[in-house]
Ligand binder design. Structure first.
Ligand SMILES: NC(=O)c1ccc[n+]([C@@H]2O[C@H](COP(=O)([O-])OP(=O)(O)OC[C@H]3O[C@@H](n4cnc5c(N)ncnc54)[C@H](O)[C@@H]3O)[C@@H](O)[C@H]2O)c1
Ligand SMILES: [Zn+2]
Length: 348
């Protein structure tokens, strides 16, 4: 029996959010979609890479295939998708299923939220990042030119179906990207998982479907719990921005991958934490990123990056909310005066 023939141990978990509930089906198989929504008028939305690698899985479904990649996460792509929905005769009873990485799930959730003022939707995430992060929490939308995620809605999917065998075709760099968010979750919320990550390496998770499935479930639960506690980002949800403030600035300026940029951002935030919270484990954070093939520092123009930081949407006039660590597994949000932040950035 293939290690992925695990339909008998599928785990179901339902989260009640403010307006909707989302059911997670972990350790499931793609074929379970038929049982879940077979009777519904469903349309799958995917991208050209996922479609190419998993063609057979789509054969029984009406499928709309989008161009792959962040560059296409734009309103024009959504407009095209909406046009295809009209052509396909989609109506208020249609259920959209986004099968792909975060780009696909963000656009599917957005299109489903606005088509006929809102139709049902669910996701089958196919990247590590989408499984543990992007597909969870209801944020969806598109970039506007260079401005990331500027337009969109918050609207929870009805279901998430996890089939980790889909990851067999995921490029190596996308595994690394996803693990940056997994390490982030360990830093802000889960010391025991952080320890497990240090005891293992990426190839252990790639080889062992059970180990990987458990890790993904644990991370999906961390994200879902944080979102449930603070769906509209007034407090707790901000923790998920650990490493992302500086990360976004250097990602934009220096063309690093998202995972690489936030890894550098998390190490910098750990260093800031030493002064601001008495955090003592920066060396462990660095060890984790090195272990999973992520950078821990980058040469960047401090003045330029500081200018970018000031434009970050999380800025509040003279101070900025910054996510720090008190210890591994305990993130905190602190308001840092802008001038103090400038001094810190100079030291990175
Ligand atoms: N909504 C949220 O809360 C949230 C959170 C984090 C990130 N995001 C968004 O998610 C996006 C990044 O997501 P991502 O990293 O999944 O990127 P992605 O969707 O671009 O996927 C990465 C690449 O992998 C390919 N791919 C996906 N699954 C594959 C598979 N199983 N086999 C082979 N190739 C596969 C894709 O075609 C793409 O080329 C960004 O747009 C980001 O803004 C959203
Ligand atoms: Zn991220």
């Amino acid at each position: 029996m293939s290690p992925y023939s695990n339909k008998y141990i599928m785990t179901k978990k339902t989260f009640q959010f403010s307006k909707k509930q989302t059911t997670f089906y972990f350790d499931a198989e793609f074929a379970f979609l038929e049982k879940l929504i077979g009777g519904d008028h469903a349309i799958i939305v995917t991208d050209e890479h996922v479609f190419k690698h998993h063609k057979k899985k789509f054969s029984q479904w009406k499928t709309i295939v989008l161009k792959a990649g962040e560059a296409h996460k734009q309103q024009a792509t959504v407009d095209d998708l909406l046009g295809q929905l009209i052509t396909a005769g989609a109506d208020r009873k249609t259920l959209l299923v986004g099968v792909g990485g975060g780009v696909v799930t963000d656009m599917t959730g957005y299109a489903a939220s606005v088509y006929m003022r809102g139709i049902r939707f669910g996701f089958v995430p196919t990247t590590i990042l989408a499984m543990v992060d992007a597909a969870i929490g209801g944020k969806n939308g598109v970039d506007v030119g260079v401005y990331k995620n500027l337009v969109g809605t918050i609207n929870q999917p009805e279901f998430l179906l996890y089939d980790t065998s889909l990851l067999k075709t995921l490029p190596a760099n996308e595994w690394v990207n996803g693990f940056a968010e997994i390490i982030k979750h360990g830093c802000i919320k889960d010391a025991a998982m952080f320890k497990q990550l240090l005891e293992h390496k990426l190839s252990d998770y790639k080889k062992d479907a059970k180990l990987l499935g458990a890790l993904i479930r644990r991370n999906a639960m961390i994200k879902a719990e944080v979102v449930k506690a603070d769906e509209f980002e007034q407090g707790e949800r901000r923790l998920l921005n650990f490493g992302h403030t500086l990360g976004h600035a250097i990602e934009n300026l220096y063309g690093l991958s998202h995972g690489e940029a936030i890894a550098v951002g998390m190490v910098a935030a750990s260093v800031f934490s030493e002064t601001l919270t008495g955090f003592k484990s920066t060396a462990k954070v660095i060890e984790a990123f090195e272990k999973y093939g992520l950078p821990t520092n980058a040469a960047f123009d401090k003045a330029e990056v500081f200018k970018m930081l000031q434009m970050d949407k999380k800025r509040e006039r003279t101070a900025m909310n910054y996510v720090l660590l008190e210890k591994i597994g305990k993130g905190v949000v602190k308001s840092i005066p802008i001038n103090e932040l400038e001094k810190f950035i100079q030291q990175v």
